[in-house]
Design a protein around this ligand. Structure first.
Ligand SMILES: NC(=O)c1ccc[n+]([C@@H]2O[C@H](COP(=O)([O-])OP(=O)(O)OC[C@H]3O[C@@H](n4cnc5c(N)ncnc54)[C@H](OP(=O)(O)O)[C@@H]3O)[C@@H](O)[C@H]2O)c1
Length: 252
């Protein structure tokens, strides 16, 4: 399947870089000079959405919500027989289908798709089993894939896609802690990176409580740090941040 990515911004470029390793990919944006670098990884780039769509089987729409209805109106006559995959946060399939007549998939992922480590969730009722199989193969280039049976879940899932910024913020705090404790920035970064990778892999196998218990000896150093985290209400802060992100989406 050949892919058109309409909206070569932050997410569109991340998707393009990974998909171009296995698929023919054309990426569009109005200011095409800003995505010329994608030619070096094998993508075609242009500012002509209609031509890009005509040359493709699957069309990823990756523009901001404020731009999506203009884009769909421009493309509606050229989408027949194609699969449209919308990554646009908060825009429902019914809203998209008020404009286009093709098969529609709503999906969500995050910029770690660029390194094949995202989780892509999608919802659709339109695809034949073989089309779904082909699309999942494509999504698997980006990382793990989850099909959800309730479109309503995609708003909560979208909060997780922006939460990569929260993870970056937490990462940065660990590096600052290292600097404060006298480590070089490089060493603090390396230790933090190992911490994130190790925690992620271990937590795939064990519940958080089990990991905490294995590290927290009575009257030891870990409990001192954990109590500080509790004092700062970091757990509540994270839940609150996620709920705020999701709420903002529903106010669109
Ligand atoms: N960034 C993320 O991590 C992330 C995660 C999950 C979901 N999303 C969703 O993905 C969408 C894009 O987000 P983003 O962060 O990638 O935004 P972005 O960086 O602003 O990218 C959007 C791109 O769309 C292009 N565009 C606008 N109108 C266009 C048109 N008529 N034809 C072709 N291209 C057009 C813009 O470039 P020009 O102005 O040059 O045309 C811009 O580069 C949003 O709906 C967002 O909710 C993003």
């Amino acid at each position: 399947m050949d892919v058109a990515i309409v909206g070569g911004g932050n997410l569109g470029c991340a998707l393009a870089k990974t998909l171009a390793k296995r698929y023919k990919v054309v990426v569009t944006r109005r200011n095409v000079e800003r995505i010329r670098f994608l030619e070096d990884v094998g993508c075609e780039v242009c500012s002509d959405n209609v031509r890009a769509v005509d040359d493709s089987d699957v069309v990823f729409v990756v523009v901001k919500p404020k731009d999506v209805f203009n884009v769909l109106s421009e493309l509606k006559d050229n989408l027949n027989g194609k699969i449209l995959v919308s990554f646009v946060a908060g825009v429902k399939i019914d809203e998209i289908k008020e404009i286009v007549g093709c098969k529609v998939v709503r999906a969500m992922t995050n910029i770690s798709a660029e390194v094949g480590s995202s989780v892509t969730a999608y919802y659709t009722k339109d695809l034949a089993p073989e089309e779904e199989f082909e699309l999942e193969l494509m999504f698997e280039c980006l990382g793990d894939v989850i099909k959800v049976e309730d479109e309503g879940l995609l708003d909560a899932i979208t909060a997780y896609s922006s939460a990569i910024a929260f993870m970056a913020k937490i990462f940065q705090s660990f590096v600052y802690a290292g600097l404060k404790l006298g480590l070089s920035k490089d060493l603090a970064r390396k230790l933090t990176s190992g911490l994130f990778k190790g925690a992620s892999e271990l937590l795939d196998l064990e519940e958080p409580e089990a990991v905490i218990e294995r590290v927290t000896t009575p009257a030891g150093t870990t409990i001192e740090g954990l109590l500080k985290l509790m004092e700062h209400r970091i757990d509540f802060g994270i839940v609150d941040a996620m709920i705020s992100s999701a709420k903002k989406l529903s106010q669109r």
